[in-house]
Design a protein around this ligand. Structure first.
Ligand SMILES: [Zn+2]
Length: 302
């Protein structure tokens, strides 16, 4: 009798071992569980994040990893987590560090992005980038096997909702915050917002000429108004609402100071030399600060 119970227990334990899904710790050092079934791959601070979201009807990915090796690592992790397919891949932006790895997933995964993503990817396409990557290491060469540019199959204007299993994904186009096609994603039940590259984590962003600080502040305030519990940026370690607060404070101060200097009659060149921002002394990426001063100057001058 005792033998019988013991063998039943063993069989049960064996079944549990087989059916228990992998936890993020089993997947490798870069995977962090944000909430149950939501796992973010946070690579190096300046590389792009990818988030795996499990649902009862399949997986949704937010971006596809920084480089092909990251994308292959993410695909392997998904296979460890679930036998279900990756149904959708939502792009927060069209730049190569968020989109090169699409070929690893699609087909069959359907890629969704804000309008303008395909055009942006095609315009910026540089065949030398993948060649350089292949030359980096044998691992990268192997990971890049089968590479081709895969553009989004679906582009939306302004807003879009995806319902999959028990989860809802609200996609919101963010105007003029980073690229031609930036998407914030809000999970209302989980209270998680994906900000795209509209904010940096203790890091100065490169503000291209199409980016405006008033639009960026509007995007930050819109996302703050959602009252998120978790804020996951395009790059850098995720956190709470303070990530949005930090960026709002920084851009507000920057605008105030540039406005004051313009009112004192300073030129852009003088402002670039004179302006001090001790508040961001510890931030990375300060070589991009002048692009932020330019954007603030454009905003003040109208
Ligand atoms: Zn980018």
């Amino acid at each position: 009798m005792a033998m019988k119970i013991a063998s039943v227990l063993l069989v049960t334990a064996g079944l549990l071992l087989v059916s228990a899904p992998a936890s993020s710790q089993d997947l490798g050092p870069h995977f962090k569980t944000v909430k149950e079934g939501i796992i973010t791959y946070v690579a190096k601070p300046d590389e792009s994040n990818c988030t795996i979201i499990l649902t009862s009807e399949g997986v949704v990915l937010i971006d596809s990893g920084h480089n092909p090796t990251d994308s292959q690592t993410i695909l392997k992790a998904v296979k460890q987590l679930t036998p279900l397919p990756i149904r959708f891949l939502i792009n927060t932006e069209p730049h190569a560090d968020h989109t090169t790895g699409h070929y690893v997933f699609s087909p069959p995964t359907v890629i969704v992005a804000a309008a303008g993503a395909t055009q942006s990817m095609k315009a910026a396409y540089n065949p030398r980038r993948i060649e350089q990557l292949r030359g980096e290491s044998p691992e990268m060469r192997a990971a890049a096997e089968g590479y081709r540019m895969v553009t989004p199959q679906i582009e939306y204007n302004d807003k879009m909702t995806i319902n999959l299993g028990e989860r809802t994904f609200e996609l919101m186009y963010l105007k003029n915050v980073h690229s031609e096609s930036d998407t914030a994603i809000w999970l209302p039940k989980e209270r998680i917002v994906f900000t795209a590259a509209s904010i940096g984590v203790k890091r100065v962003n490169n503000l291209r000429p199409s980016v405006t600080i008033p639009d960026t502040l509007a995007a930050i305030r819109m996302m703050k108004a959602l009252n998120p519990e978790v804020v996951i940026p395009g790059h850098g370690v995720y956190g709470g609402i303070s990530l949005l607060d930090d960026n709002e404070r920084y851009y507000t101060l920057l605008l105030e100071r540039v406005r004051a200097l313009v009112q004192q009659g300073r030129t852009l060149e003088q402002i670039q030399k004179e302006l001090k921002m001790p508040e961001i002394e510890t931030w990375a990426g300060k070589d991009r600060f002048n692009t932020n001063v330019d954007a603030a100057y454009r905003a003040v001058k109208g």
